[in-house]
Ligand binder design. Structure first.
Ligand SMILES: Cc1ncc(COP(=O)(O)O)c(C=O)c1O
Length: 467
């Protein structure tokens, strides 16, 4: 979470301004940064907090996030009912634990775990925690292998593209694993097999393949990466496992690209994560991570909690976690079924392809992806368009509430500034057409009134979207 620092002493007692309509008392003191001496009525508190939040953007118009911003009222009701339940209290809430177990089983068959493999997994707070657990299992297994062979186990590395989500950078820093990045280059915006294999050596704990890339929504070719690693095993003999970061694609590919081999059909794929709160269609935060077989998950990472007189193995960074999201994930599974998920994801993809097709026709843009993998696409201004930038367009779109992020690509391509649109459930074709109308209007305006650059001190604030 963002780190916050104590505000200056002189502003700690600054008071919130409370509309007199909300209170019967003559005065109501709510200091901004200190605990108030007395409380207020719940309605007053509700109103005060709501009033603060009106400046937040409209979640439905947030085309920056991959995270679910709309659920059905029945799902919301279920989540409200389950909000007191703590996921870790397996004894107290055994049926919530059972729903988690069913979800893991449903995912293991969606991801084609071989029959009898006893694929094993758990829920997490999101993909970041799931990736952390996946990475730890890779690290622990590599260390055990090295030690068993009497080899050095102190210089682990992890191979991935520079387009990985920040959680992998965190994993490497927190666990002191050397990140070996394959740079993005124009024309190759994600990891490919040859480049991944070229970075591996005997200290590589694994390769991360992303389905799909946060930068442009494209899928990395898991099978091709696996085949390149097979050749490495046949050559120098390094047996490098793959972790698939399917934060978004884990809930898209099984429905839209069922023949694509990216999952446990590929024997080198040791583990897969996904975010239930992205295309799993649940509000944040829930993620999932599964290992092909129980032995892909080293035993000393597992803690055992007493559970209904027996022992329940757990693997998690947090202890307490909300149970509501797991119940909501199961709700979605039975509410939508396979065909329901397919229709939702297909609708998102139809809208993404419609949007990218129209953006391409507008003139000043060049598509970097179309939305054929994830329903996500990125585009940039043509090199000869110099009078304005994607940041200007992003800012202008905000005038009506659209949040379309503009950002620069990572190292080696930092001068490429792009916009990205993530189409999620709840963003309709009608909204897409309204967005296109607004984009056309703003492009025309910008062409006639090229922007002057804002002063340097606020220039950096324009890259206000992180991913
Ligand atoms: C590829 C990828 N991995 C990991 C994450 C982190 O996921 P979460 O927000 O669920 O922690 C994201 C988030 O966008 C992502 O796109």
């Amino acid at each position: 979470m963002s780190l916050h620092t104590q505000v200056e002493e002189s502003s700690q007692d600054d008071e919130l301004d409370v509309n007199p309509v909300y209170v019967r008392e003559l005065s109501c003191e709510i200091p901004r940064y200190r605990l108030p001496r007395h409380g207020v009525l719940p309605r007053t508190a509700l109103q005060v907090v709501r009033d603060e939040l009106i400046l937040d953007g409209n979640a439905r118009l947030n085309l920056a996030t991959f995270v679910t911003t709309w659920m059905e009222p029945e799902a919301e009701q279920l989540m409200a009912e389950c909000s007191p339940k703590n996921m870790i209290d397996k004894d107290e809430y055994p049926q919530t634990a059972e729903l988690e177990r069913r979800c893991v089983n449903i995912l293991s068959s969606l991801w084609n775990a071989p029959a009898g493999s006893q694929a094993t997994g758990c829920s997490t707070t999101g993909s970041s925690e799931a990736c952390m657990l996946g990475g730890m299992a890779l690290l622990w297994r590599w260390r055990a292998r090295q030690r068993a062979a009497g080899l050095d186990a102190t210089k682990p590395n992890l191979v991935m593209g520079t387009n990985v989500q920040v959680c992998w950078e965190k994993f490497c820093r927190y666990w002191q694993v050397e990140p070996r990045y394959v740079p993005m280059v124009p024309g190759r915006l994600h990891l490919r097999g040859a480049e991944a294999a070229a970075k591996c050596d005997e200290n590589t704990i694994g390769v991360v393949a992303i389905l799909g890339s946060t930068m442009d929504g494209s899928y990395e070719p898991v099978l091709e990466i696996s085949q390149a690693l097979d050749r490495l095993q046949a050559g120098p003999g390094w047996d490098v496992p793959i972790h698939v970061d399917g934060a978004s694609g884990g809930f898209v590919a099984p429905f839209l690209q069922p023949d694509l081999e990216w999952d446990f059909r590929v024997p080198r794929v040791a583990s897969i994560n996904t975010s239930g709160h992205k295309y799993g269609l649940v509000y944040p935060g829930v993620g999932w991570v599964l290992w092909r077989t129980p032995d892909a998950l080293p035993d000393d990472l597992i803690f055992r909690v007493n559970y209904l007189g027996g022992e329940m193995p757990t693997f998690a960074l947090n202890f307490s976690r909300p149970g509501a999201q797991v119940a909501a994930q199961y709700f979605n599974f039975i509410r939508l079924g396979h065909e329901g998920y397919r229709r939702v994801q297909q609708t998102c993809q139809d809208i993404a392809l419609h949007l990218s097709g129209e953006v391409a026709k507008m003139g000043p843009f060049e598509l970097l992806s179309e939305g054929k993998d994830l329903p996500v696409f990125a585009f940039k201004l043509r090199d000869d368009v110099t009078g304005y930038s994607v940041f200007d367009l992003s800012e202008r779109l905000r005038m009506r509430g659209w949040q379309v992020p503009a950002y620069t690509f990572p190292d080696d391509m930092t001068d490429t500034a792009v916009m990205r649109i993530v189409v999620r459930n709840g963003f309709s074709m009608d909204l897409a057409d309204l967005l296109l109308d607004d984009m056309r209007l703003h492009v025309r305006t910008l062409e006639h009134h090229p922007q002057t650059q804002p002063p340097p001190e606020i220039q950096h604030k324009r890259q206000s979207f992180t991913h």
